[in-house]
Design a protein around this ligand. Structure first.
Ligand code: ADP
Length: 483
């Protein structure tokens, strides 16, 4: 028996399979909870329930949907400390970051409550006399939502809220490492009166539950955030089934630091972007590209800040950097550190697993220098607190290096030159360009997404979410009729 069950067709459902045991990465002896693992048959039931709920939900009033999302957003905000604590305990980001993420999820629901009221179309004249054309938006149907572990409540929120706002039904599969926040969200939706079948939670493995969602003909669209590898594999199958798809994947985000940068701010941007949330953000800074006039001062200040960072238990108020999320991610981080050394990069800070304070997956914030952009540590996403310092002759070389990557999610520049900031804004091959701001840390009311290998499909978040979660119908009305 698991203490926490899946939510299918308005009921909490037990599973015969072995439960998923959610452990605290700051202290693996601390069990957060046990969660029923859905199987393929239960996933199918969730999809069928969503399908069956869709006709009525697609005709629900905008007020009904706005009220539901507003109520969920309000409850999340009211319980931000408690849910944030759960988040920090299961994912390992610090309590401050976790409460901040939870608040953001609440704001996302509130924002989309408003958006439900703002669904508009267009009325267009026709070249034909007496004929008018209406362009209107309609829901897609059933949306499969598949999310990663690094933002256990914000990412589900920014997919589920617009899906429901635009009158779609949802089958939600969170990452198995973070079922707690997903369960809390499902409870809130249920408590706030979400009709049966409109929202379903199926916790389980990608191979079983994820595959069942991606392969189901009754699922009309998939919104996925996760690794490049999984995203690409999933996209091919979704397209074969003619589903609409949206992918948010990795990054290898550059931060350019020019000679004329404000030094303190540049160091803050690098430290914040590279190490906060333990570097486990797709927008994390992983390459800092520095011009010669500031290199020495920047390096010195960066190393001083990095080595002073407090790594520890996510729930301890003094902690600045929590642990890696699990043993596998910790191993990936350490393996990449070994790769960097083998490739000839110079390790100048960190690089080691940290044994204290508890039995957790702690790793030191790590800086490499003498990195060139063709090294694996400069090309592949590590997803840990590891940053590479690269040198560039001037702005032009820095920009060329920044853009020389298969990814294109976020990119930043620290400069006081309006000319360079403006050139960067226009020419950085990214979806998110940051000027004197860290590459990570985005607002909830504006679009989010990347270019090149980072993203596929239309943008998430803000008003732009309407593009993915609706389709357009063009209606011709001929008034030239008798009677
Ligand atoms: P991460 O480990 O960074 O979360 P993954 O791409 O491994 O990235 O996982 C992202 C999400 O995709 C998770 O919810 C995972 O369970 C799910 N997933 C993994 N494999 C598949 C698959 N074959 N089909 C559908 N979903 C999958």
């Amino acid at each position: 028996m698991s203490a926490h069950r899946n939510y299918i067709n308005g009921a909490w459902v037990e599973s015969a399979a072995a439960p998923i045991v959610d452990r605290n990465p700051s202290d693996i002896d601390d069990v957060v909870g046990s969660y029923a693992a859905a199987d393929a048959a239960q996933t199918r039931r969730a999809i069928e329930a969503a399908r069956a709920a869709f006709p009525a939900w697609s005709r629900s009033s905008i007020q009904e949907r706005a009220d539901l999302l507003d109520a969920v957003g309000g409850r999340i905000l009211a319980r931000a400390q408690e849910i944030g604590r759960l988040l920090a305990r299961e994912e390992g980001k610090t309590l401050k970051e976790a409460v901040g993420e939870t608040m953001r999820a609440g704001h996302v629901f509130k924002f989309h409550a408003g958006q439900a009221l703002r669904i508009t179309g267009e009325l267009v004249d026709s070249p034909r006399k007496g004929v008018s054309v209406t362009v209107q938006r309609e829901p897609l149907g059933v949306i499969g939502i598949i999310t990663p572990w690094n933002f256990p409540i914000a990412i589900p929120a920014w997919k589920i809220a617009p899906a429901l706002a635009y009158a779609n039904c949802v089958v939600f599969k969170p990452a198995s490492l973070v079922p707690g926040c997903a369960h809390a969200l499902a409870e809130l939706l249920a408590d706030c009166g979400c009709p049966p079948g409109v929202f379903n939670l199926v916790v389980g493995s990608g191979r079983e539950v994820g595959d069942a969602i991606v392969n189901a003909p009754e699922v009309d669209a998939i919104s996925f955030t996760g690794s490049v590898e999984t995203g690409r594999a999933l996209a091919a199958r979704a397209v074969a089934g003619m589903k609409k798809i949206q992918l948010e994947m990795g990054g290898k985000n550059p931060l350019i630091v020019l000679d004329d940068a404000d030094l303190d701010n540049a160091v803050e941007c690098a430290v914040q972007g590279a190490f906060y949330s333990t570097g486990q953000r797709c927008t994390a800074t992983s390459r800092v590209i520095v011009t010669p006039g500031i290199y020495g001062r920047f390096r010195h200040a960066l190393l001083a800040r990095t080595t002073a960072l407090v790594v520890g238990d996510a729930l301890d108020e003094t902690t600045q950097i929590g642990p890696a999320v699990d043993a596998a991610q910790l191993k990936t981080d350490l393996d990449y550190i070994a790769v960097g050394q083998k490739e000839g990069a110079r390790l100048v800070a960190g690089g080691e697993r940290q044994p204290a304070p508890k039995n957790g997956f702690y790793i030191q914030p790590t800086v490499f220098e003498d990195v060139h952009n063709q090294m694996r540590i400069a090309r592949e996403e590590i997803f840990g607190p590891v940053v590479s310092l690269l040198r560039a002759r001037d702005y032009d070389e820095a920009l060329a290096t920044a853009n020389d990557t298969p990814f294109g999610l976020s990119g930043g520049i620290c400069t006081t030159s309006l000319r360079h900031a403006d050139h960067f804004r226009r020419n950085a091959q990214v979806g998110l360009a940051m000027i004197n701001a860290p590459t990570a840390g985005v607002d909830y009311h504006v679009p989010f997404g990347g270019v090149k290998g980072s993203s596929y499909g239309s943008r998430e978040q803000g008003a732009y979410a309407v593009e993915f979660y609706t389709r357009v119908k063009t209606v011709y009305t001929n008034a030239n009729i008798a009677g």
